[in-house]
Design a protein around this ligand. Structure first.
Ligand code: ZN
Length: 468
């Protein structure tokens, strides 16, 4: 008989299982790291070893959200290049990013992770691809921050090997050698990757984008990931400029380039996928390649509208992502539920638009599928890992909406009463319990200023008040 049971009952439950089972009033029993049972009505009264019983009246219980795309280090470069499209935004920020070091990345990861946890995220990825010489253990800094906060983590070792002198977008001083990037990626997998079913840490391989890496790096990275049994991640089809770049250099669309280098398959997921042809979508569906849909970031850099309803209809696995905080200062995945729902209604006929439940599915089970963890997390079912979010939906901003899923997805961000990761609380009553929020706020501000000063940026002067 498992010990240390935690019971949540008397709440609405959206399990996000295959049938979309929901209970108007239901319960979930957690035993150790796993969900023991989920069902209608209150939990059985004769359960033994119950260490905590939570009355979830006025709440909606969902699986924890899964964030499928991020660049943690950008937390300390927010609010810059405010009015740029993607390529100008990148060329403005590359020189700043090449001055990051380990204390900066640790602080930025703390800020990014805090924003995610406070919006209901239990599993997140991170795509780190800037490795200045002598900067310290940057991948390790993010891994340490995730362990301290207690989130389930899938960091990816990114890389760039094609600088401006070789026709790439980043300046030459921002890139690594092809061989150096591959060796460091292999070392990161050997050091950190944990393939076990309850793993809190899975490492992926992630060359940055078609316009910053060589086709040789793409090919070798795919071979390396498959030899090690880890997943592949990159950016794809984000902007019109990227498509033009690929056609000019390779005579192919980004998807054709990625396919030609071994980059379509059930072990691959790509961020954005905004400019996809019908045949690109069919290729993703045929191969099981996943998509990280990042609506706020796509809007921030004016990348365009991804064809998410078409992808879902074709059977493409789609999850949600916040993307790096320099192109999404909000940094919270809870808000992306609403943004994904609304933005996708701008781009399609009414009958093809997303529903609240499809959107919540993308944010939970869709994300788990994209990260290859659909057997372990993403839904509230007996035997799955105890990653769940308890949202308060009877307060001022939500109480007049009868459908709790609509309250969560259409409504304002709902207060988070409890976030459990692997059976342990990370958020209680809207606050982090594993780390100190004020310390993180101070540290991220100090490191953002340190970076700005190293890069020679002067802090912007606030606008002076006009005399009346
Ligand atoms: Zn990105």
């Amino acid at each position: 008989m498992p010990a240390n049971r935690l019971v949540i009952e008397n709440c609405a439950v959206a399990t996000m299982d295959t049938d979309g089972t929901e209970y108007a009033s239901g319960h979930v029993v957690v035993a150790g790291h796993r969900i023991e049972s989920a069902g209608p009505g209150p939990a059985p009264e004769d359960l033994t070893d119950v260490v905590r019983r939570i009355d979830g009246s006025g709440h909606l219980l969902t699986p924890g959200l899964v964030n499928t795309h991020h660049h943690f280090y950008q937390w300390i470069t927010r609010g810059l290049a405010q009015d740029c499209g993607l390529f100008d935004w990148l060329t403005t920020l590359y020189p700043l990013w090449t001055r990051i070091d380990e204390p900066m990345v640790h602080a930025a990861a703390q800020g990014s992770l805090a924003a995610l946890a406070l919006s209901g995220v239990t599993t997140t990825t991170d795509h780190h691809y800037v490795f200045p010489r002598g900067a310290g253990d940057l991948l390790g800094a993010g891994i340490r921050a995730a362990a301290e906060m207690g989130l389930r983590f899938s960091p990816t070792r990114g890389s760039m090997d094609r600088g401006a002198s070789d026709g790439g977008l980043p300046p030459d001083f921002a890139v690594e050698s092809t061989e150096g990037a591959l060796l460091a990626t292999e070392a990161a997998i050997d050091r950190w990757h944990d393939p076990s079913p309850e793993s809190m840490l899975r490492v992926g391989v992630a060359p940055c984008s078609p316009f910053s890496v060589s086709s040789e790096l793409l090919r070798s990275a795919a071979t390396l990931a498959r030899a090690k049994g880890v997943r592949l991640h990159t950016h794809g089809s984000e902007t019109v400029e990227e498509e033009e770049h690929c056609r000019e250099r390779y005579g192919m669309t980004p998807t054709e380039l990625l396919e030609s280098t071994g980059w379509l398959g059930p072990d691959v997921w790509m961020a954005h996928c905004v400019h996809m042809t019908d045949s690109d979508i069919a290729a993703f569906a045929r191969t099981g390649t996943g998509v990280a849909h990042c609506p706020s970031s796509n809007a921030r850099v004016a990348a365009g509208l991804a064809r998410v309803p078409d992808m879902l209809a074709a059977g493409v696995p789609v999850g949600l992502g916040v993307d790096g905080a320099a192109s999404n200062e909000y940094g919270q995945l809870g808000a992306e539920l609403r943004n994904a729902l609304l933005i996708n209604r701008l781009g399609s006929h009414r009958e093809k638009s997303l529903t609240a439940r499809q959107t919540l599915r993308m944010g939970t089970m869709g994300g788990a599928q994209v990260l290859g963890r659909q057997e372990e997390t993403g839904s509230l079912e007996s035997g799955k890992l105890a990653d769940l979010a308890l949202w308060k939906v009877d307060g001022l901003l939500h109480s007049s909406i009868a459908d709790p899923v609509a309250a969560l997805v259409f409504g304002a961000p709902a207060p988070l009463t409890l976030l459990l990761v692997n059976g342990s609380p990370v958020v209680e009553d809207g606050h982090l319990v594993t780390v100190d929020e004020d310390t993180i706020a101070r540290t991220t501000r100090a490191q953002a200023r340190r970076l700005a000063s190293l890069a020679g940026l002067t802090p912007p002067t606030p606008p002076t008040a006009r005399p009346v």
